[in-house]
Design a protein. Structure first.
Length: 169
């Protein structure tokens, strides 16, 4: 069953990407003094730059997404752990992703990596590890109310199972 992918957008980041493109265009226009050639030069600068940055900085994330779609969960989990480690080691790349990767996502790549890890761990029925990943996700972004609600939903059945085990003993 295919799951719907929800992407949250960040208007400020989208405006930043637009501003970067405009600056590239203005630089070419000032150098060439021809608006049509400056537009082509801007496109020839932006697209290779954007794709190179995306392919290099997001390589673990992209590979993890491909593996997740193929339901190769263990391999995808390893890719998302590498992605989390990369963005933890380079927080400014992730924080300024609208400039470094021309991406306008509301969530950081580190957050996405941890959330994907939790998703995979649920799929693998490793609930305790998934819960720990969700707690890590809340530490990264305490404003994620949907994650807090998900944690509550996970903890209620676990508490009920513990109570039932105590009653049987």
């Amino acid at each position: 069953m295919k799951e719907k992918i929800i992407r949250k957008r960040n208007l400020g980041a989208e405006l930043t990407v637009s501003a970067v493109i405009l600056l590239i265009y203005l630089a070419w226009y000032l150098a060439l003094r021809d608006d049509r050639i400056a537009l082509y030069a801007c496109m020839l600068t932006y697209f290779p730059l954007a794709w190179t940055l995306r392919l290099t900085l997001q390589r673990h994330h992209r590979k993890g997404m491909r593996l997740l779609k193929k339901e190769q969960y263990e391999e995808a989990l390893e890719c998302f752990r590498k992605s989390e480690a990369f963005f933890a080691a380079h927080p400014k790349v992730d924080r300024f992703r609208s400039i470094t990767m021309f991406m306008s996502s509301e969530y950081s790549y580190r957050e996405m990596a941890v959330q994907n890890q939790a998703h995979i761990l649920f799929r693998l029925d490793r609930i305790g590890e998934a819960e720990a990943a969700l707690v890590r996700l809340l530490e990264l972004n305490p404003a994620r109310e949907e994650i807090r609600q998900l944690l509550d939903q996970i903890r209620v059945p676990q508490e009920q199972n513990a109570d039932a085990a105590e009653q049987e003993a």
